[in-house]
Design a protein around this ligand. Structure first.
Ligand code: HXC
Ligand code: NAP
Length: 294
């Protein structure tokens, strides 16, 4: 499958968007599409060398304008530096994609306090620090803006073995909805995307390591029987960051091939064969008949 960009050319021309974690994985893929649509993009994360390599690659590919600034999203001073550098280079900021995250699988009782803090601080604190800093700038300067938070499907269902991430993504989702209510009057919209599995090195190394990866196939419990393609998520992200979604705020849109629906009590019956269904049907019909005679 080859995903085609869905927005018209120049749909984001003149817009400037900050993408946290834009040096790798989904953040990099979304940044590429934002640039193709004419946006200026600032990418930030902790490793300047990774950011510089990505910036060069994206500029060569798209001829767009990319600023790469190192920033730990847990540090408000570094966040303010990203904002100042972005305004200095591009004049203003129109959008913020909170995409940075830290995560790994572990039984919760094996975690130290610091391990729990580390994930929550990157995912939740990083998201509200960046949103607060950019939101203040928009409100002070009377600029309408859009925040898009990359969430997860387990932000609403919860999930074992990634509990700090679930706690933090859940908090960030409630912030998305709460601020959408509070900041709508300033023309600020906030939305979220809840992705199912989209292969990236960052997520796969930490969430599907060997020998686990060989033991479980993440596609087996997805109704569409495949993982997501980066272009599919990039299309949704660009739409939610663009003016085409101007009346959508406080929403979380799931993009997971139907994976969360498999939590439905009977959704796992797809391996039952037609012959077994014949037997099951007969048994149920007989039970119905018997109960009518009682
Ligand atoms: C138990 C662990 C651990 C592990 C680290 N720690 N890994 N504890 N099991 N596997 C503990 C450490 O011992 C330490 O606690 C504390 O966590 C902090 O670890 P550091 O390595 O010092 O932290 P840091 O260098 O800041 O790295 C952060 C990180 C790392 C989160 C641990 O994985 C990282 O940099 N991740 C960034 C990218 C990422 O995670 N991408 C995946 C996103 S996927 P002590 O007490 O020992 O000092 C996602 C959703 C996926 O979010 C959904 C898929 C469907
Ligand atoms: P990824 O490539 O590991 O992306 C995470 C990014 O966050 C990295 O670029 C990392 O860069 C940055 N980061 C980590 N800690 C940071 C910090 N303290 N300050 C600033 N940046 C930091 O993984 P990904 O799969 O693309 O994940 C992107 C987003 O999608 C995350 O929010 C994740 O939760 C979400 N998501 C992914 C999937 C999936 O299947 N891939 C599913 C659901 C949700 P540095 O290490 O250089 O800082």
């Amino acid at each position: 499958m080859n995903v085609t960009g869905m927005l018209r050319d120049d749909a984001l021309k003149g817009k400037t968007i900050i993408v946290t974690g834009g040096g790798t994985g989904l953040g990099k893929s979304v940044s590429r599409y934002l640039l193709q649509l004419g946006a200026n993009v600032t990418i930030c994360s902790r490793r300047q060398t990774v950011l510089d390599a990505t910036a060069k690659e994206l500029i060569d590919e798209t001829s767009g304008q990319v600023l790469a600034v190192a920033c730990d999203v847990r540090n408000p001073v570094e966040i303010e530096n990203v904002i100042a550098r972005t305004i200095e280079k591009f004049g203003k900021i129109d959008g913020l994609l909170n995409n940075s995250a830290g995560n790994f699988i572990s039984p919760t009782e094996r975690l130290s306090y610091k391990a729990f803090d580390t994930v929550v601080d990157i995912v939740l604190r990083g998201t509200y620090y960046f949103t607060l800093a950019v939101g203040k700038y928009w409100i002070e300067n009377k600029i309408p803006g859009t925040v898009l938070n990359i969430s997860t499907t387990y932000a609403t269902t919860g999930s074992g073995y990634v509990v700090p991430s679930a706690v933090a993504k859940g908090g960030a989702l409630i912030m998305t909805k709460s601020l959408a209510a509070e900041w709508g009057k300033y023309g600020i919209r906030l939305n979220a995307i809840a992705p199912g599995p989209f292969p990236t090195k960052g997520a796969w190394d930490r969430l599907f390591p060997e020998p686990l990866a060989s033991m479980m196939d993440p596609t087996s419990r997805i109704p569409l029987h495949r993982v997501g393609e980066h272009g599919e998520l990039a299309n949704l992200a660009a739409f939610l960051l663009s003016d085409y979604s101007s009346y959508i705020t406080g929403e979380s849109i799931t993009i997971d091939g139907g994976e969360v629906l498999m939590a439905g009590e009977f959704s796992h019956l797809e391996n039952v064969t037609p012959e077994q269904w014949d037997m099951i049907e007969q048994t149920v019909r007989q039970a119905n008949k018997a109960s009518k005679k009682e």
